[in-house]
Design a protein around this ligand. Structure first.
Ligand code: COA
Length: 320
């Protein structure tokens, strides 16, 4: 028995912002951003919320799968940018789409979040606890950016992607995941400080802080390492893979991983030029593009890998 993705969907924020447009507000240039990251534009939320984009992506995934929201047993949303501390985005998506019979909760594993949630959902289905699951990665990263910090705010974008899973004869072959909490502060965004009648903390939460070079080094080391581990467990080599779906952070990271795996860069589809880094939404949006626009076929082999704050990392091997 395997667990298979039978529907995908995505929803990006409507407003498109090019590097040149951004340079009107931030001390930067298209040349700097493009040459260092490969990002040319991104979407920025104006009316949208994390919940509204997650719900739309979920509706599209269910439509592709030919399933009604009332049939969904489990909703997991991976996000670091919820609209509320509570209720979770997953509970709000449940209400929005009318999935009244689902268990719903969020996971926080930053850019690895979708793959972490995928593994959780896979285990729910494999144990028979649920028959299906809707796994969503959704982010409104623009709201946690320090728009005076040009080293981070130019990198990110807003959007959501979803995958609907059911039991099948083929599907996810294996998933590896890991965390390195002791390095966590290289990419952080503090929540509210302790604040009560005994201690006066700051009420306002902080913005995202990143040591870009440390994150870069972590990504180029850990991403190929966990991909190779997942491939080995699946008794496969990089040559067996048709598509490498990597977290869409930076074209240079993806090129470096391709080189390490000795795999042609053509096998690494990308959205980052027009989406930027959408954290947990990056992988499911890329998967949805493979299905809707790039002609992925049943039986194709896909290697997924994501890495990010926590620090966290994960890889999955899928027989589509
Ligand atoms: N526009 C113009 N100049 C900028 C800039 C911007 N948006 N951001 C930074 N700079 C400047 C810096 O001020 C610095 O100037 P200085 O040399 O005069 O001090 C110079 O560019 C180099 O900055 P640095 O931070 O050393 O750049 P870098 O070569 O390390 O590239 C990143 C920065 C962010 C592109 C790179 O570190 C990276 O890709 N890291 C990984 C980030 C990532 O993917 N995070 C998410 C993972 S999930």
């Amino acid at each position: 028995m395997a667990v298979r993705i039978i529907g995908t969907g995505s929803c990006l924020a409507e407003k498109e912002v090019t590097n040149d447009e951004l340079a009107k507000y931030v001390d930067t240039s298209d040349e700097w951003i493009s040459s260092r990251t490969g990002i040319k534009k991104r979407r920025i939320a104006i009316e949208e919320t994390t919940t509204s984009m997650a719900s739309e992506a979920a509706r599209r995934a269910l439509e592709m799968a030919g399933r009604d929201a009332s049939e969904v047993d489990l909703i997991i949303v991976a996000t670091v940018t919820p609209d509320y501390y509570t209720p979770s985005v997953a509970c709000q998506v449940q209400a929005e789409i009318g999935a009244d019979n689902a268990i719903a909760f969020d996971v926080n594993a930053a850019c690895s979040g979708f793959v972490f949630a995928l593994n959780t959902a896979k285990m729910y289905i494999e144990t028979g606890y649920t028959k299906n699951a809707l796994v969503i990665g959704a982010e409104t990263l623009s709201k946690i950016m320090d728009w005076n910090d040009r080293g981070t705010c130019v990198l990110f974008g807003d959007g959501a992607g979803a995958a609907y899973l059911e039991e099948s004869d083929m599907g996810i072959i294996n998933i590896v995941q890991g965390s390195i909490g002791k390095k966590g502060m290289v990419l952080n965004c503090r929540a509210r400080k302790t604040n009560n009648v005994f201690v006066q903390g700051e009420i306002e939460p902080d913005f995202l802080h990143m040591d870009g070079q440390e994150v870069y080094k972590f990504a180029v080391r850990q991403c190929p390492k966990c991909l190779l581990e997942a491939l080995e467990k699946a008794d496969m080599t990089p040559e067996d893979i048709d598509y490498f779906v990597l977290h869409q952070a930076n074209v240079r990271i993806i090129q470096s991983v391709a080189k390490r795996l000795k795999a042609p860069i053509e096998k690494f589809p990308m959205t980052l030029d027009y989406t930027g880094n959408m954290s947990a939404a990056s992988v499911p949006v890329m998967l949805d593009e493979l299905v809707r626009e790039r002609g992925i076929k049943r039986g194709d082999k896909v290697a997924v890998s994501a890495f990010g704050a926590g620090l966290t990392y994960a890889a999955a091997i899928i027989e589509w």
